[in-house]
Write a protein that binds this ligand. Sequence first.
Ligand code: MF3
Ligand code: CO
Ligand code: CO
Length: 263
Amino acid sequence: MADSLKTPEEIAGMRAAGAAAASVLEMITPYVVPGVSTAALNARCHRFIVEELGCIPAPLNYRGAPGQTPFPASVCTSVNHVVCHGIPTEGKALKRGDLLNIDVTVIKDGWHGDTSKMFIVGGTGSVLGERLSRVAQECLYLGIEAVRPGATLGDIGHVIQRHAEAQRFSVVREYCGHGIGRGFHEPPQILHYGRPGTGEVLKEGMTFTIEPMINAGRREVKLLKDGWTVVTKDHKPSAQWEHTLLVTADGAEILTRRSEETL
Ligand code: MF3
Ligand code: CO
Ligand code: CO
């Protein structure tokens, strides 16, 4: 299936959705402190998304596949060895040095904006945790720098994989970035590993996410019995950063850019 190329009006919708999603991560940042629960962070994000932004939290009751149990919260919160899709919980307050990913997806006027970032609770963590989070963000930025019309999906995956593995980290294979628009998860799949010059060719007007999950140890993951939480098999930490992107005439526009970012 050809991936839909956005018209200028559709791009305006995607820009607004992306900005709304980014604003949730900006809003929640000061509340990520030792002692807070991920359920409290979820509740605060939910209220902001619905009441301040007038948006819909896309994860709430989302089913990835028919028959899958609906996701029970408005954001995903993934702590330490949780790779992605962590379910916010009232138990287990966050501790100084925990590695937390908050993944926000909003629907604004029918368009999706999807973005996530890492937090090191209390500001400082282990040397490994801080390096893992930094390298995962560098992987996202390298992937974004590879985006332009004429580049291929394999070019994106390659730069991400090369950087992660040069740091002796590993790239999760089972989950990937995705086309995004009126749908949450659309084609194409954006793999975070690959070979240069392979795969689909990027075209101006495509919108998709890049969201590498980088593991400190081995790349293998396991799905917990709750049907959502994905953890590393070796229980070593994992980090992920995500942006929603638009392919422009000469590169990429980051639709979910936060003001703290200089890119
Ligand atoms: N936001 C995730 C992504 O980046 C998807 C979460 S699906 C959910 O694609 F149901 F777990 F929220
Ligand atoms: Co996504
Ligand atoms: Co996401």
